[in-house]
Write a protein of this length. Structure first.
Length: 578
């Protein structure tokens, strides 16, 4: 350990908090991992405690630690993905500690979360049971988590599954849950079978053993008995590992170096989730279990994304874009960047989202995807990246048809920048975030550094490379997220509401960056002036149909058409004069 790191560890004591279990083997593994943390931390004062089910409880551990003399305590939850239970009880335990020890400063770090160290350990556990000559095309992995009613934790497990699936040669990776959430293990196994997997590894995404690990194995074994043609194998859970011990100390150092921006620092949920809209930005409770476990009253998709009613005054017909114009210098014989034929998609409850979408986008084109809420814009963007299951019709990217065997290649070719950059930024520095994708594809050393530097330069944030993402402005975070996508060298760039929450200066800076890119670009946006500024062509969706495809200025200038499809320009904005 370097001298600066050792000095940092001397500034505060460390409290390692576990959930707790009655399983003796699980407790032994917890203490083994805590022992590895102690070994790596040297003389740092450390105590361990549990929320429930095991001794000592957190309150006792705090009192023991304070009795040793420190006036600054950092609490780090030893969990993979913090859900509602720990989100409430962790801060509540520190609130009680502040009442008992007013002269001591208490701070809370974040869970281990989505981190390269966690991914590396999970990958090792999976590889340990895979045949040496396995074919990724016919190999599947069920990444099985605990399960929770907290959508943050559930969503993060899907992110981990996606990251394990990309560029590691493990095959298809599907998330599943031991309880509460869906899909369960049998459903994930069946899905992989239908996708063509003949060898499937069930990998518990759990830190420690306990009642859930045997339950997951038993569920997989029962399914395997009914499917003798599938080779189902069981991987070990993560367990004590020196890489995870170092990650605990990294979470500790994050607190010392500045506030950690995480989902449960200030609010219950930081993004709008169907059924949880009333909890966005709400402060977490400091009483045990808050007002009870998270129980979002999830409305059906039909309620949350109802199609817009047909306008009383039908719009006059608009000519569809006859043919996309290739970018200057493009090979006229090359296939188009994007070709959709008969693309349709329905939600599980039968609600139509996309209906027979057929369109072509040439290489180098910048195209705006416009439409009212619920028109299908984001669904279309997700399917360009192969994110949806159950869609019908054809999607081709650069001449490659989307299929189970080509999904990885399609996702490499199509870079998707989410509306909230914090959904893509999760590492301690901008440089680390931008390097994460290429590193997972196997790029290392000087080649990785050059790729990262080039991506940062393309979005004009090279000077921010070593800054923490949470310390950036909204515009800077947006460009950092864009740099992470550009570092993957996609052929098609898709941006979901890129100008939302940006001030005029940041909006202009982002526009300058996008105009400088020689990439096929699709802008999903409600910002109509921004669409006109950046995109010569506009495609309008309504109720899942393409209702217009033509020059952006002409589309926006048609007042009757715009009104009929619930699109409104800002007051005083004249697209013909802009």
């Amino acid at each position: 350990m370097s001298a600066p790191a050792a000095a940092a560890l001397d500034t505060a004591a460390l409290l390692i908090v576990g959930h707790g279990t009655r399983d003796a083997d699980g407790l032994a593994e917890f203490h083994a991992l805590a022992g590895l943390v102690r070994e790596a931390a040297g003389a740092l004062p450390i105590e361990t405690g549990f929320i429930e089910l095991a001794e000592p409880l957190v309150d006792t551990a705090v009192d023991r630690l304070v009795a040793r003399g420190p006036c600054d305590v950092v609490s780090v939850p030893l969990v993979l993905l913090a859900a509602g239970h720990l989100k409430n009880d962790g801060p509540a335990s520190l609130a009680r500690a502040r009442g008992r020890h007013p002269g001591v400063r208490f701070r809370m770090g974040r869970d281990l979360g989505i981190d390269p160290a966690v991914l590396a350990v999970a990958e090792d556990r999976i590889r340990a049971v895979l045949p040496a000559d396995h074919d990724p095309q016919t190999t599947g992995v069920v990444l099985a988590g605990r399960g929770s009613s907290d959508p943050d934790a559930g969503g993060d497990l899907f992110k981990v599954a996606r990251l394990l699936a990309d560029g590691r040669g493990l095959g298809m990776v599907e998330a599943a849950f031991a309880g509460i959430a869906q899909p369960d293990v049998p459903a994930a196994l069946e899905r992989l079978r239908r996708l063509g997997a003949t060898t499937i590894v069930v990998a518990p995404f759990l830190l420690f053993t306990g009642v859930l690990v045997p339950r997951l194995y038993g569920s997989a074994a029962a399914w395997a008995e009914d499917h003798p043609g599938i080779d189902v194998r069981a991987a070990a859970h993560l367990g004590p590992d020196r890489r995870l011990a170092k990650l605990v100390l990294e979470r500790y150092r994050e607190v010392l170096q500045g506030d950690v921006r995480m989902n449960c620092d200030l609010c219950t949920y930081r993004v709008r989730l169907p059924g949880y809209e009333d909890k966005v930005g709400m402060a977490i409770s400091l009483t045990p279990h808050g007002d009870g476990p998270a129980q979002g009253r999830r409305r059906t998709r039909r309620a949350t994304r109802a199609p817009q009613p047909v306008p009383a005054t039908a719009p006059r017909e608009r000519a569809l874009h006859p043919a996309a114009t290739p970018a200057a210098g493009a090979d006229p014989g090359a296939p188009p960047a994007v070709a959709l034929r008969g693309l349709s998609y329905r939600y599980p409850d039968g609600t139509p989202v996309l209906e027979d979408i057929t369109l072509t986008i040439a290489r180098g084109e910048r195209v705006a995807i416009l439409g009212p809420n619920g028109a299908g814009k984001t669904t279309l963007a997700l399917q360009l990246n192969g994110m949806l299951e159950g869609a019908t019709g054809d999607v081709e990217i650069g001449g490659t048809r989307l299929a189970p065997a080509t999904r990885k290649e399609i996702r490499r070719r199509v870079g998707l920048v989410f509306q909230d950059p914090d959904d893509q930024l999760f590492l301690p520095s901008v440089r680390a975030d931008v390097a994460f994708g290429p590193a997972n594809l196997g790029l290392t050393g000087a080649a990785l550094a050059a790729r990262v530097d080039a991506a940062l330069a393309r979005v004009a944030i090279s000077a921010l490379a070593d800054r923490a993402p949470h310390a950036l402005s909204a515009g800077e975070r947006r460009r950092a997220a864009l740099a992470g996508v550009l570092a993957m060298e996609p052929e098609v760039l898709v941006l979901d509401e890129p100008s939302s929450h940006l001030d005029p200066a940041a909006r202009r800076e982002l526009a300058d960056v996008l105009l400088s890119l020689s990439l096929t670009t699709l802008l999903v946006t409600h910002d109509l002036p921004y669409a006109l500024e950046l995109c010569p062509r506009a495609i309008v969706l309504d109720q899942g149909h393409v209702v217009a495809d033509g020059p952006t200025r002409e589309v926006l200038a048609d007042e009757g058409f715009m009104r009929a499809h619930r699109l409104e320009l800002p007051a005083g904005f004249n697209p013909l004069a802009a």
